[in-house]
Design a binder for this molecule. Sequence first.
Ligand code: BYC
Length: 331
Amino acid sequence: MYSQGLIGADGKTHEDAAFLAAFQARIDAEQKIEPNDPMPEGYRKTLVRQISQHAHSEIIGMQPEGNWISRAPTLRRKAALLAKVQDEGGHGLYLYSAAETLGVSREEMTEQLLSGAAKYSSIFNYPALTWADIGAIGWLVDGAAIMNQIVLCRCSYGPYARAMIRICKEESFHQRQGYEIMIALCNGSEEQKELAQDALNRFWWPSLMMFGPPEGESVHSNQSMIWKIKRFSNDDLRDKFINASVPQAEKLGLTIPDPDLKWNEAKQGYDHGEIDWDEFWRVVKGDGICNRERLKNRRRVDRDGAWVREAAMAHAQKRAARTASARIAAE
Ligand code: BYC
């Protein structure tokens, strides 16, 4: 754990008005907050919550696509999907490391996920039923993720912002591989085009939900914007995503499954139909199609991988002991 001895991450800062004003002045001046800097406990907790949920999403998000690696239609598709799923695992690791700088251990975060106490993105509780779903996930899910994460590159907390820069570069490849699958399907047979439309029908609304609840129900947004953890509201980012995705769907010759979707000249953007927020909260609270299966799998691989972690620890300890005795011998 990286947090030992950090000044700001121990929760013992004296948060009087002068301290809070000085912290806010740094935020307003666009200075990055680093792990050793004093920070309000609320700021630290908000980041631990968001970054750990983000990390869990990357790790759980490997499951729907991982399931299709062995069934990809060509070797080229298989190689690209394998690389993508590996990237998601890597993103999870950078993010767990970023959260650790705030005084929470990887073990604690993992425990919270395994016990079901921690949230991860609602989108990964929907199944990937066909190969076209892999296209839709790359195009829409990674597309939505980028829309949210590009802004997080400017987050006030340095380690999170820096992790996001690399993650966004990789997500951009993910989005393109998904869109390319959709292009191939839409230029294929009638049946392939139908698969693509069906995937869009099932992933459109859950992708919009990824941005989180609307204004008024987003309990953390106000404070997170003041601290410049977030820079845009959930609704603003959702709108940007819709505006970017509609022309992409048109290019594919697919129909967005929203009869109320309409261009609004005055706002130079689309108005959309009602999002089913009851469904969103049901999924977030654990009652989506795949919630149980996702956690069951994650618990199983945690158990199956225990011997690997133990072996790695034993190896690291032996190596450290050998290095220490070599140093003593040399002195
Ligand atoms: N799903 O006040 P709000 C990827 C929760 S993975 C579940 O607006 P906030 C990929 C929220 O946590 C990318 N829960 O919260 C991987 C809060 O509950 P708590 C994932 C959600 O934090 C593999 C409550 O609702 N991206 O790209 O200000 C393959 C109230 O919400 C969701 C990130 O994690 C949701 N969709 O804003 C392919 C981005 N939405 O904590 C692709 C980082 C909200 O009070 N996170 N909730 O119990 C964020 O930017 C923000 O946390 C959110 C929510 C915009 C998601």
